[in-house]
Design a protein around this ligand. Sequence first.
Ligand code: NAD
Length: 451
Amino acid sequence: MLSVSTLHGRQRLFFETGATKPLQYRLDQLSKLKDMIKRSEDSIIEALRQDLGKSDFEAYATEIGILLEEINHVSKNLRRWSKPQRVRTPITHFGSKSRIYAEPYGVTLIIAPWNYPFQLALAPLIGAISAGNCAILKPSELAPHTSALLARLLSATFDDHYIAVVEGGVETSNELLAVDFDKIFFTGSVNVGRMVMEAAAKHLTPVTLELGGKSPCIVHEDANLKHAAKRIVWGKFLNAGQTCIAPDYLYVHESVKEQLVEQMKVFVADFFKDPLAADSGYAKIINEKHFNRLLGLMKSGHLIYGGQTDESAHRIAPAFLDAVNWDEPVMQEEIFGPILPILSYGDLGEAIREINARPKPLALYVFSESKNVQRRVIDSVSFGGGCINDTIMHIASPYLPFGGVGESGMGGYHGKGSFDAFSHRKSVLKQTSRFDLPFRYPNAKNALKRL
Ligand code: NAD
């Protein structure tokens, strides 16, 4: 195994040859990546089953299918995105033309988390390739089967002077972060995001930080409760709640709380017949540490539904917590598991004030049939992105850039957003040589004078 600095040096040399820049080269690499994924579907599903107990359906929908769609979308549009963009030129620059060129940063670093360990490693890589960069990818050590698979597949598909995987934990991550990369793309927790930014500051390396936090789900009194219940249960318990944009807590109008909770119970029972069974289609908790952390959080408030556990299999059934207040542990940290605290409000303004008193969420969901309520929430809360009358689905559109704001992250990606995240926009003014206007020069006869 090559050392991090040797690998980085090899990639720098390869990047400097210019080989990664031509459009056709980038399209060919995206196509290789797509073939690699399609050929390996069975092993990907198996690795995800071992690491997280994901069902075949969930693994395909949230980790494989989404990547194939993204590659298709990027490949289809790349020629257009890569063209120098002509922009207007002010009259003061008469005779010249203005263009913006997208150029790759160079050698980039991608650090990925464990919860969607395949997808969240390769989605940024699609951006890196499409913009013409080299990349070193560090998958999460907490999803070891997927990490090993990524290393094996990518090294069989690409030369390591172009794309390489470095496996490891915190120490490896820090070794990588000490190197002078041209761009760092990090997905993970808020605290580690801070460390990444600090390390990047030493080299003034630009960063994209895809972080986490508590994403509220507001259900107003006029919501379609049946649809709301179904879509919340799906979004919350997908991957057993280990989703960065899962509704973290429910914030429901007090007049419809009971009805909503009853409906949600129906859908939990319908979706996951026996959530503790290995073949339930419901994921397990990644490891013992997180399992125990979640058991601790379940002590907040009052458990009104579910929450059965199987310690040896790291499984926790969907759990609803009532009578929770903001000071309890479950409301102090991102839950990242299948526990849904239920808070209620009487006045929407009060709910908005509570949310705004906390760090800016990565996602926010609002269920209401009223356009005024929808607009009021969207206009008065700052959050990364979200849905009206749905959960999670905004992440799966290549037309919607995905990312956080404030503590939930900076910068976005997906679709053109991924190309942009890995490109520098180089502005160039091209002046004419046919004439030379005298106004700007000192002592010129017709120099611009103050009136
Ligand atoms: P994490 O921050 O613990 O780890 C992420 C990556 O950073 C891993 O590769 C890990 O090896 C590395 N790392 C961990 N500690 C480090 C340290 N001290 N120094 C340097 N590198 C370190 O995050 P996680 O537990 O893997 O993932 C869960 C978090 O990620 C949650 O907060 C979740 O909301 C967030 N997340 C965000 C998104 C998003 O798109 N915004 C997606 C998935 C997960």
